[in-house]
Design a binder for this molecule. Structure first.
Ligand SMILES: Cc1ncc(C[n+]2csc(CCOP(=O)(O)OP(=O)(O)O)c2C)c(N)n1
Ligand SMILES: [Mg+2]
Length: 336
């Protein structure tokens, strides 16, 4: 990786942080409604894993799927930040035409297959995507990001079993931020190291620091190469932390300020900034310029686009839901 790539990666992580911060503000201004789950603190995971995946090639991209904390995964896979923001605003120009909102970002043109609200739902869908790749005979793989809490769902065990039985090209990425809403993992989960759980399915697995993007990239590259070469599924766990509440309505009463401060000492953007400054790749003053450029882009392009975009029309309420579906079984009383 050359110096320009390293600078770009740092810029991307700062962009994701500020993008999420700005959605927080828009939510407080009531421009964004519904649920909103922010990725702040976990940036090195999606950025590092997807940097090693195949993206930027449209229909040839690897397939990426995740839960509801999905804005950064969508953008890094290839969704336009403008369209992601417009989706949060519920506008017609949004990536799901304003019908999905924060938890349901989707961009089929980039093989970003969602954004799902149901915990554990993406596991079997990822196996299905991987099976599709196998049948088509391409060397694409499916990458499924999910939280530590999701591993207690039945879908986890069902999917790990079949992924191994069918030797599917799927990478499971566990973002272990140690919390499922307000419940610490040690109150809900018998085996704290998540990667150990898939030994029950004889699956390759490993655990790594998720706050250091260099470590994330190195470990992900090995795991992705393994999966792409046809050796079967792989489960990779990254230890990380979400700085904000689970969603916007969470006052974080279940954890201490000291715990938060401890994790923030190892902030992914701080670690990478210091590393690049030390290596002489970037100067502290360059960071300020970078931040200013990012804020300008977010405000004058992305937010502007979302604010100026039209709302979906009331008469289009059921468009893309039932109206366009020619199957008569789905034509209900609303759709004569
Ligand atoms: C099937 C299902 N059960 C319960 C919920 C409620 N719920 C939403 S998020 C969440 C916790 C998930 O935690 P984790 O998988 O660790 O993801 P994180 O929020 O930490 O990213 C729960 C229980 C849900 N959305 N879907
Ligand atoms: Mg969690």
């Amino acid at each position: 990786m050359n110096d320009a790539d390293k600078k770009r990666l740092l810029r991307e992580m700062i962009f994701y942080r500020r993008f999420e911060d700005r959605t927080f503000e828009a939510y407080m201004e009531r421009k964004i409604g519904g649920f909103l789950h922010l990725y702040t603190g976990q940036e090195a995971v999606a950025t590092g894993v997807l940097e090693m995946a195949r993206t930027g090639q449209g229909a040839d991209n690897d397939y990426v799927i995740t839960g509801y904390r999905d804005h950064v995964h969508a953008i890094k896979t290839g969704a336009a930040p403008r369209e992601v923001m417009a989706e949060l605003y519920g506008k017609e120009t949004g990536s799901s035409k304003g019908r999905g909102g924060s938890m349901h970002i989707f961009d089929a043109s980039q093989n970003f297959m969602g954004g799902y609200a149901l915990v554990g739902q993406p596991f079997p869908l990822a196996a299905g995507l991987a099976m599709g790749c196998k049948h088509k005979g391409t060397d694409q793989i499916a990458i499924c990001f999910l939280g530590d809490g999701a591993n207690n769902q039945g879908t986890f065990h069902e999917t790990m079993n079949m992924a191994k039985v069918w030797n599917l090209p799927v990478l499971f990425v566990c973002e272990n931020n140690q919390y499922a809403i307000g419940t610490h993992i040690n109150r809900s989960t018998a085996v704290l190291d998540q990667y150990k759980r898939v030994c029950a399915y004889d699956m390759e697995a490993s655990q790594h620091d998720g706050m250091d993007i260099d470590i994330v990239m190195e470990a992900s590259k090995k795991a992705i190469d393994f999966v792409r070469s046809g050796k079967g599924p792989y489960f990779i766990e990254f230890m990380t932390y979400r700085y904000r509440g689970h969603s916007m309505s969470d006052a974080k009463g279940y954890r201490t300020k000291e715990e938060e401060a401890e994790w923030q000492k190892r902030d992914p953007i701080k670690i990478y900034t210091e590393r690049l400054i030390e290596a002489g790749i970037i100067k502290a003053a360059d960071i300020k310029t970078m931040e200013k450029e990012i804020d300008d882009e977010i405000e004058n392009d992305i937010i502007k686009f979302a604010e100026e975009s039209p709302e979906p029309k009331v008469e289009d309420l059921t468009k893309y839901v039932l109206d366009d579906n020619p199957d008569p079984r789905w034509v209900g009383p609303l759709h004569k």
